[in-house]
Design a protein around this ligand. Structure first.
Ligand SMILES: Cc1ncc(COP(=O)(O)O)c(C=O)c1O
Length: 366
């Protein structure tokens, strides 16, 4: 059972309206948060909704030294009937548990994960934006809160959930991004932690992302660690390659197969299903940078897009590397990309039937 301590200083209605009119991404946080403690003796305990507030942590807290931390990212959407629904939170709960296992953190039971979402969204219902393409971004995370400097799996852990109203993520998100093929830095290696959503993977990505920006690119594309040949993902997005055309009825979506170093995206998984619903073929396999360039050159690959919770579906307009540059589909988003994006967003926002049971009501309509 969650206890609830509500803030005595809620954000004023005027200020909230101002924030929700232009939320950006990850800039504003709701009035409350969820905390749950874990220790080796008692397991998970003391589930609570409390006012959003800074942590006070001992400088010797293990998190600061060894980075034992995992997180998730998912969105809740205002529905036409006045309810609020999260998109596939069970899949995030399952990935959170897999990440926990890899980073030697305790697994949070799925029901507790879902209950934490329900509790926070109920407390901060007023923070769910209603404009098209907006949502309430939910950020569950867990970290080693034991105070100790010996390197070992923490015996004391904190789970926290915060929420942030979200608008559009990439400034070039609608028109298409330019990507940098990173030959020098890798994000993840076989046997490493690439499959887990852990802070260290993101820390390791920042220098390559800065390099991409220096080269005038919006995003970095990661290649495999061993041969530096196989495409893995794009920044914090999985990648999909579109072969064929709708006119010819030959559309095939190709996405790099899960190999242990890719983050198994829930958007990726959903789009594979939606592609098949739309009559497209969808294939998970390896794809090389060489194939990418040649297939675009030959006109066989007509569109490429990144996909992930934060940015949804982002067309890739141009690809730059040490060897040169090429554009895809004239640098404009293609019809298959737009159709898949629309199909996904319609389910998330409740304007299309939920054939796969992906919407999970967190707060019922009035
Ligand atoms: C490295 C990485 N790849 C892919 C994704 C996309 O995953 P999802 O669709 O579950 O958001 C994310 C974002 O979570 C990510 O951080």
């Amino acid at each position: 059972m969650f206890s609830r301590t509500l803030t005595t200083h809620p954000t004023s209605a005027d200020r909230l309206a101002e924030i929700l009119a232009a939320p950006g991404f990850g800039k504003y946080f709701t009035d409350h948060m969820v905390l749950i403690d874990w220790d080796a003796d008692r397991g998970w305990h003391d589930e609570r909704v409390v006012p959003y507030a800074p942590f006070t942590l001992d400088p010797a807290t293990m998190l600061f030294h060894y980075g034992q931390e995992i997180f998730e990212g998912l969105k809740a959407y205002q529905q036409p009937d006045g309810s609020v629904a999260a998109f596939r939170p069970e899949a995030n709960a399952a990935r959170f548990a897999r990440s926990a296992h890899r980073i030697a953190l305790p697994e949070l039971p799925e029901q507790l994960f879902i209950d934490s979402l329900t509790e926070l969204v109920a407390a901060d219902r007023a923070w769910v934006p209603t404009a098209p393409d907006t949502s309430l971004y939910l950020r569950p995370f867990m970290f080693a809160s034991e105070v100790a400097l010996g390197v070992h799996p923490a015996k004391k852990v904190t789970y926290c959930l915060i929420a942030s109203p979200a608008g559009i993520y990439f400034s070039h998100g609608a028109t298409g991004v330019t990507v940098w093929l990173s030959a020098e830095y890798v994000r993840a290696a076989p046997g490493g932690t690439g499959e887990a959503k852990t802070g260290g993977n993101y820390a390791a990505s920042l220098l390559a992302q800065a390099e991409a920006a220096q080269r005038g690119c919006d995003q970095v594309v990661w290649l495999d660690a061993v041969e530096r040949r196989w495409v893995e993902e794009m920044g914090t997005n999985n990648l999909c390659f579109v072969y064929g055309t709708e006119d010819a009825g030959t559309v095939e979506i190709v996405t790099p197969a899960l190999n242990g170093s890719l983050l198994p995206g829930i958007t990726r998984d959903s789009l594979i299903t939606l592609a098949r619903d739309l009559g497209y073929a969808a294939t998970e396999r390896r794809i090389s940078t060489d194939e990418w360039g040649k297939a675009v050159d030959a006109g066989e690959m007509t569109e490429v897009f990144g996909c992930g919770t934060a940015a949804v579906v982002t067309p890739v307009a141009a690809v730059r590397s040490a060897d040169g540059e090429f554009t895809i589909g004239g640098g404009r988003p293609g019809p298959v990309t737009l159709k898949l994006r629309e199909a996904l967003v319609a389910i998330q926002q409740g304007t299309a039937p939920d054939l796969h049971g992906w919407r999970h009501t967190l707060v019922p309509g009035a």
